[in-house]
Design a protein around this ligand. Sequence first.
Ligand code: 4NP
Length: 161
Amino acid sequence: MPYKLLFVCLGNICRSPSAENIMNHLIEQAGLSNSIVCDSAGTSSYHIGSPPDRRMSAAAAKKLGIKLRGQARQFRKSDFQDFDLILAMDRENYENILALDPTKSHQDKVRLMCDFCTQYNIKEVPDPYYGGPEGFAQVIDLLVDACEGLLKNIVSQQLKT
Ligand code: 4NP
């Protein structure tokens, strides 16, 4: 069974689809596509069905040369069962996810994405939606750092045979 990751933000059109696509890029480069699978979701219903934000896609193309694939969906309670690790982009996302688990039986699966950063000393991936292009570029840089740390962590903690 592959190890399953779910990246979660508010709208599922900026930060979490970037995290999903960057992580997939790193997983492919590492030859681990059969071992780790990724998805993303939003805590809100605002953009259900929408593709990634074009400003976010432009930043990913410019910085990394990758296309962002995906269609927004809302986080659902069954995601607690369906995924091994749920990565929240900011504290508000984190709290909103945990609020859907009143018995607290899945709390250990939910983490803040920036906990896996090793280069940047920051706690949250800032919401770029109402800002300028530099905010989108910063999201990419932060997520590359966090995804690299996350991949190392999974390889050493979860995939050891
Ligand atoms: P995301 O960014 O949570 O990174 O996808 C946002 C997308 C949409 C909105 C806010 C943040 N919005 O308010 O519609």
